[in-house]
Design a binder for this molecule. Structure first.
Ligand code: F6P
Length: 298
């Protein structure tokens, strides 16, 4: 019977992680479970950095980005003997572990689950790159930050008739770039699928727009070199910027807070039914779950 729940946040922090922690703590305590927070992701699990969480710990966090539990990318978790050690240390302390994080964190969860530590995962990443879910906690907030940035920067571009190359996060997923492109005007979109400099320059030359923003997903190309090339070929002053961590640490939107609330709630419902090895998702506006093993390959 499940009595003690552990929780951790792992990988890149995302706005709304705190709202998810809050929801899990409230629902755990309401259902008379003991709830333990592990600090700095799987590292805290390994080092046994843990604290019993109470209502007072989750006061005043719903509007804060980051994660009150801290996060890390604990690469050593890939090693079998590290996972073995974790399980040995943790097995008598908690009955199940809830992990809020991205794809890498899901892989760790699945492995631990298979080795005997029951796990449930909640999608927390700005990248929106977890299979099976329409949205991840943090995506809406990061998108909002990018769109506000575009709304603000365009007047400077307009004043100088300039082009700006704006690099956004997303790892291999282009959703942040795509959705911010759809939400804005005078933009071109560069993703892994359509990256073609010649075409882009052709379009810019034809364009009658007084300013332009080229939104590009990170890691596709060197944006400094790209800006120099565009300026040389078009004769239009071209600047570049990478919007960076502000995308991760902007205020959580109401959408992310609500998503976090619902997913936290659902996690405890699964635990009440003794369901383990599951990952939570939202599909067509409905909160659902899958077996983690059907969503992530390890
Ligand atoms: O996964 C979230 C994310 O912000 C990605 O968009 C980005 O590629 C990566 O994390 C950056 O990682 P780090 O936190 O190690 O700088």
């Amino acid at each position: 019977m499940i009595k003690k729940i552990g929780i951790l946040t792992s990988g890149g922090d995302s706005p709304g992680m705190n709202a998810a922690i809050r929801s899990i703590v409230i629902n755990s305590l309401k259902n008379n479970y003991k709830i333990y927070g592990f600090f700095y992701g799987y590292l805290g699990l390994f080092k046994n950095k843990v604290k019993s969480l109470k209502y007072k710990d989750i006061n005043n966090i719903i509007d804060k980005s980051g994660t009150l539990l801290g996060s890390s990318r604990f690469i050593k978790l890939k090693k079998y003997k590290i996972k073995k050690k974790i399980i040995k240390k943790i097995k008598n302390k908690i009955d199940i572990l809830i992990i809020i994080g991205g794809e890498g964190s899901y892989k760790g969860a699945l492995k631990l689950n298979n080795m005997g530590l029951p796990c449930i995962t909640i999608p927390g990443t700005i990248d929106n790159d977890i299979p099976g879910t329409d949205y991840t906690i943090g995506f809406s907030s990061a998108l909002e930050t990018i769109v506000k940035y575009i709304d603000n920067v365009k007047y400077t571009l307009l004043s100088h008739k300039r082009i700006l190359i704006l690099e956004v996060m997303g790892r291999k997923c282009c959703d942040l770039a795509l959705y911010s492109y759809i939400s804005s005007e005078n933009c071109y979109l560069i993703t892994y699928k359509n990256f073609n400099i010649k075409n882009l320059i052709k379009k810019i030359k034809k364009s009658k727009k007084k300013y332009l923003i080229i939104i590009i997903t990170e890691n596709i190309t060197n944006i400094k070199k790209l800006s120099i090339k565009i300026q040389k070929k078009t004769n239009i002053e071209t600047r570049f910027t990478s919007i960076g961590y502000i995308q991760r640490s902007g205020k959580p939107t109401a959408f992310d807070r609500i998503l976090a609330f619902k997913m936290g709630n659902y996690a405890i419902k699964l635990i009440k039914k003794n369901k383990t090895g599951k990952c939570i998702a939202i599909k067509k506006n409905k909160i659902i779950h899958y077996d983690i093993k059907n969503i992530i390959k390890i």
